[in-house]
Write a protein that binds this ligand. Structure first.
Ligand code: NAD
Length: 538
């Protein structure tokens, strides 16, 4: 049997783009090249490029007059055709030798890590408004998803039942029967690439509905997959308006939904599936990773400087648009003066602007809807001055792109809108607690928000770390001691949360891949019986 070596994370070898490096000049060229003329993006159905009458502009969030691409949207008839093509591809792909299936994704990973890297980094930066570092870790995560999923798939195929004298037993590791609908969010390119391909690596076929704002970055991934030899129809690239999703969700051959996005959207999808369960050939598998109200909890024994640095990175990198971003913090009274002073000194100086100016650390939020939602929370804070105080930030600017300055808001009450709800932008709400109320405030943290995605505790006192880990056991699916709650790495910190944060199927792990297989057990009787009588009959 062929073996797949235990992979090494690509994130360990990300490029720096420091001034004077060759990768920096290559990136600058690619950034200019991508903006020279809008790319036309077709739907790709059964290997055919399909152009439709419905075309939308894909723009830069931090320079919205720049049109990067024009994307063709699939109509209902196109979606029905895509399902038919996917089901046709299922027969061959599901029987393809796993070696050859997996090799496609290993090749895609090698292309992305090497010759296609710079173009994809440029596409992520411009389409998602990420600085080069954020774009690199995002791309590296997709390389990791593909290489680690290759490894985990091989582990699954090695899992076999026990044998017994006179019989042999096998698992035939079938994929699901039907097609998988992949619906990724806007914020991670890597999730865009992982959702349709994690099922495909174990033999499924999928339809990929990229998020409207980032069709270009997702399409660049799709091109790499095609170059790597992914057969026609296995993954179909179909941007379409969300209101049209019923054409796929109502289909009797829907075998699964691989979703990442907001809680509300998952609820909507799940209800629609639940309402018509009897129409399906199989129970559709639903894997859904959703939002968070991720916390940093600071104990009085914590180091102030590293707390401040981790808050800046954990709450504001990529403009706070990470599902894992810290959006509430609990700070003891004794440390608040020093922490708030440092935040007020440093946050106004974080360079913010168009990301193709490489001196900028922060870019824009993704689109007008996100900008308005975040602005609505800032207005709410201003309208409730007895409850909230804006400590730093609060400014917005929509003239060129969707810019929001990093903002820290102090909440005088431990609960309430800004301590409970996901804002998904560069807004950190802080509750300052009495030092002698550490344990009680841990319980408050656990019960304040309906989400349970990520969380972190900062302390040098070992008992404080232990107690937080114990009391906050159900508060986060990814928990960090003295580290920010963002930046999970495939294979090392498998990612996902519970409660309203999703089904916790840990993307990029064997747990996730197991959701996309439906094993058939095959027993062979080596010595079939010749008499029906049981011994007790005498
Ligand atoms: P969203 O829910 O608005 O959209 C997610 C995807 O669903 C998009 O592709 C969108 O077009 C599609 N969609 C929306 N309504 C739909 C419908 N009715 N039918 C079919 N498709 C529909 O989320 P978003 O703004 O793209 O992403 C941000 C959210 O994603 C945040 O809540 C964030 O926390 C979450 N997120 C979670 C994780 C995680 O691993 N837990 C990772 C990244 C993002």
């Amino acid at each position: 049997m062929w073996t797949v070596e235990r992979p090494v994370n690509d994130v360990n070898t990300i490029r720096s783009y420091s001034p004077g490096t060759p990768e920096r000049s290559g990136l600058e060229e690619e950034l200019a090249h991508l903006q020279a003329a809008p790319l036309e993006i077709p739907c790709v159905i059964g290997g055919r490029e399909v152009r439709t009458a419905e075309v939308v502009d894909i723009v830069r969030p931090d320079d919205r007059a720049t049109v990067l691409a024009r994307a063709h949207l699939a109509g209902e008839a196109d979606l029905r055709e895509a399902v038919a093509d996917a089901l046709r591809a299922h027969d061959r792909w599901s029987r393809t030798d796993p070696y050859h299936r997996i090799a496609v994704f290993e090749k895609a990973a090698a292309l992305l890590a090497g010759p296609r890297r710079t173009r994809n980094i440029a596409a992520i930066m411009l389409n998602q408004s990420k600085n080069p570092y954020e774009a690199e870790i995002d791309l590296a995560e997709l390389v990791d998803f593909w290489t680690f999923n290759a490894y985990y798939a091989r582990q699954i195929y090695d899992l076999q039942p026990f044998q017994y004298p006179g019989e042999t037993n096998r698992f035939d590791w079938r994929p699901l029967e039907g097609f998988v609908l992949a619906i990724p969010p806007f914020n991670f390119y890597s999730i865009g690439g992982n959702l349709p391909t994690a099922p495909a690596i174990v033999g499924n076929v999928s339809l990929w509905k990229p998020s409207r704002a980032v069709v270009l970055a997702n399409y660049e991934i799709y091109r790499v997959l095609i170059e790597a030899g992914l057969p026609a129809g296995v993954v179909n690239f179909v941007p379409f308006p969300s209101a049209r999703a019923g054409a796929l969700i109502d289909h009797p051959d829907l075998a699964g939904i691989h979703f990442t996005g907001s809680y509300r959207t998952l609820v909507e999808l799940w209800k629609r599936v639940g309402a018509q369960l009897e129409q399906y050939r199989n129970f559709p598998r639903i894997v859904g990773e959703t939002g968070g109200k991720d916390f940093v909890f600071v104990h009085p024994s914590a180091d102030v400087r590293s707390t401040v640095v981790q808050l800046v990175r954990g709450a504001f990198e990529y403009q706070g648009q990470k599902c894992s971003a810290c959006s509430r913090a609990y700070i003891p009274e004794s440390l608040w003066p020093a922490v708030s002073r440092a935040l007020a000194d440093e946050l106004p100086h974080l360079p913010l602007g168009p990301v193709d100016q490489l001196s900028n650390y922060l870019g824009a939020v993704i689109d007008e809807a996100a900008f308005s939602t975040i602005d609505g929370y800032l207005t709410y804070a201003r309208d409730h001055p007895t409850e909230y105080e804006i400590v730093v930030g609060g400014e917005t600017d929509r003239s060129r792109g969707w810019f929001v300055r990093p903002t820290v808001i102090r909440s005088r009450t431990p609960r309430g809108k800004l301590m409970e709800e996901e804002i998904f932008g560069p807004v950190l709400t802080v509750y300052v607690y009495p030092d002698d109320q550490y344990a009680a405030t841990l319980d408050l943290c656990d019960t304040t928000s309906p989400y349970a995605l990520t969380g972190a505790i900062f302390a040098s006192d070992r008992e404080a770390l232990r107690l937080a880990e114990e009391r906050l056991r159900w508060s986060a699916g990814n928990f960090y001691l003295n580290d920010k709650p963002t930046g999970a790495v495939v294979g090392r910190q498998p990612f996902g949360g519970a409660r309203r944060s999703g089904t916790n199927d840990k993307a990029g792990s064997i747990v996730n891949l197991l959701r996309w297989v439906s094993p058939r057990n095959v027993k062979e009787n080596l010595v079939p019986p010749t008499d029906w009588r049981r011994p007790f009959l005498g």
